[in-house]
Structure formats: C-alpha cells, structure tokens
Ligand binder design. Structure first.
Ligand SMILES: Nc1ncnc2c1ncn2[C@@H]1O[C@H](COP(=O)(O)OP(=O)(O)OP(=O)(O)O)[C@@H](O)[C@H]1O
Length: 269
C-alpha cells in the first residue's frame, strides 16, 4: 500500500489549563486519521471538539503533546511544506491587492516577480476573479475574498490541502458555488484534502470519506464512513440522492449525541 499523504498517528494535545488545573486540558487524545494521496476526507465534530487543533498539527503549526505526523511516509518535524492551508477566518493581507495576496506565497518562495504575476493572473481567472486583480480585500465581497484565499492556497500546487471551515461565513448560494468550484479544481488535480467542517451535508457532498470526532475533552474519531456516491457531484443536487439521505442518517446517528454533549459543555463554560 502506498504511504498516506498525511497520517496523524495517536495524536494527543494537552493545553495549559485556564482554571489552574495542573494536568491541563486534553483537547485531543490518541486520535489517528490517515488520508491517502488524492483522497478527499472531511472531519466533522461538535463545536470546540478539536478539529482546528488536529488541522494545525497536520500543518506542522502546532507540535502534539504526543503522537506523530507523517507526510508521504516521512515524520514531520516543523512546518508541513507539502501542505497548503486555507483558514477559517479572513486571512488576506489588507495592504495588498487581490493579485499580490495570491502571489505572496510564490514570492516568499523566491519565484521571480514576473513569473509569480503571470501564474497569479491565471489563478485569479481560474477562481472566477479575472479583472479583479487590483482590488483590495475591503473592496471585495466575502465570496470574492474566499476565492482569493483559495487561489492563494492552490497557486503553490500543494500535495496536501488543509481547509478549516473555509466557507462557513458565506451565504448558502455562494457557499454551494464555491463548494462546486473546489470539487472541480480537486477533480482536475486529485490532491489529498483534509476538510474540516461542522456541516454534515457539506462533508458528505464533498468527500470520499467522512470521519466523525467525539465531543471533547479527549476528542478522537468515533466513526468513519466511505461516501460511495459517484462523481462528478453537484453539491446542491447530490442532497436528493437516496444514498446521500441514507449516509446522512447513518452519520447523524453517530454525531447527534456528540453534538448535544458539545453544546452542553459550551453552555457550562
Ligand atoms: N492554545 C490553546 N490553549 C488552550 N486551549 C485551547 C487552545 N487551542 C484550543 N484550545 C481548546 O481546545 C479545544 C479544541 O479547540 P479547537 O479550536 O481545535 O476546536 P474546533 O473543533 O476547531 O472548534 P470550532 O468548531 O468552534 O471551530 C477547545 O476547548 C479550545 O478551547
């Protein structure tokens, strides 16, 4: 079997506690997730369970308290340079134009400016933003800013794409358009994707596999479902596919209780 593109192996993450508990807060405990090259995997779980923590560990932005990360078979030490990361919030640099936000990663990697600009313009077109190169982030809609972030993430052609609830702030129509665009781009290149969402519909519509996390503390996977719905898929239409409905019910049966636990914990906090 080929090496996983990204393997999170027995990951435990303990944070210093805010309430003086010397043992700290173990957000994630012995969690293992493997993503094959070219596979699209979504991770769903209740709010605050540790989804972003796991993604940060996979990106090499946070070292786990114990456990290992392997990238195409090699143990990760430091930042994961084979991964592109699209954050949940607004991560554009407000002082840079859309184009220069998109090309920033190439520039930092030492690609000559003219070449970076040419690639940047191509990517702006690919994400439907041809003609908006000179706009600044505040001159763009939320959807346009997300498209810019998508181009910024994909321009470096990463082998692994990490996405943390990338479209949660968008209205439903824009969100579905962007989800379809991401699927089209992914179908063309088939990179490994780890997609974090709390939206089960989105997870099923997009993925090859959905991993369900337990509520925290000590979050870990409690279920894994192969999404055997043929591609290409339209994220809006796929929702009426009988198999979608069946999978939704099966996954929700596992997720529901965890969501209730997560909600109760947030109310207590
Ligand atoms: N640096 C930190 N220090 C202390 N606690 C932290 C830190 N980072 C995360 N946590 C805690 O770890 C838990 C998991 O956080 P995380 O952001 O990974 O959850 P999440 O599932 O991504 O949340 P959401 O669904 O709200 O985006 C939370 O209880 C959070 O408060």
């Amino acid at each position: 079997m080929p090496d996983a593109a990204l393997l999170l192996e027995n990951i435990t993450c303990t944070f210093a506690s805010h309430d003086g508990d010397a043992a700290g807060y173990t957000a994630v405990k012995e969690a293992s997730i493997s993503i094959a090259p070219g596979e699209f995997v979504s991770v769903v779980g209740p709010t605050g369970c540790g989804k972003s923590t796991l993604l940060n560990v996979g990106a090499g932005l946070m070292a786990p308290s114990s456990g290992k990360v392997k990238v195409f078979g090699k143990t990760l030490d430091g930042v994961n340079h084979r991964a592109g990361y699209m954050f949940q919030g607004e991560a554009l640099m407000p002082w840079r134009s859309a184009l220069s936000n998109v090309t920033a990663g190439l520039e930092f990697a030492g690609v000559p400016a003219a070449q970076a600009q040419e690639q940047g313009r191509e990517w702006m077109k690919r994400v439907g933003l041809g003609g908006s190169e000179n706009r600044y982030p505040h001159q763009m809609s939320g959807g346009m800013r997300k498209r810019t972030m998508l181009a910024q993430t994909l321009i470096r052609d990463p082998d692994i794409i990490l996405m943390d609830e990338p479209f949660s702030a968008l209205d439903i129509q824009t969100r579905q358009l962007m989800e379809n665009e991401v699927l089209d781009l992914w179908m063309a290149k088939r990179k490994a994707v780890l997609f974090i969402t709390h939206d089960l519909d989105e997870a099923i519509a997009m993925s090859d596999r959905v991993v369900v996390l337990s509520a925290g503390p000590a979050t870990h996977p409690i279920g894994e479902f192969a999404i055997d719905i043929p591609r290409p898929r339209d994220v809006a239409e796929v929702r009426s596919n009988p198999r979608f409905v069946e999978l939704h019910k099966a996954i929700w049966d596992v997720l529901r209780e965890e969501v209730l636990k997560g909600y109760a914990q947030q109310k207590r906090a």
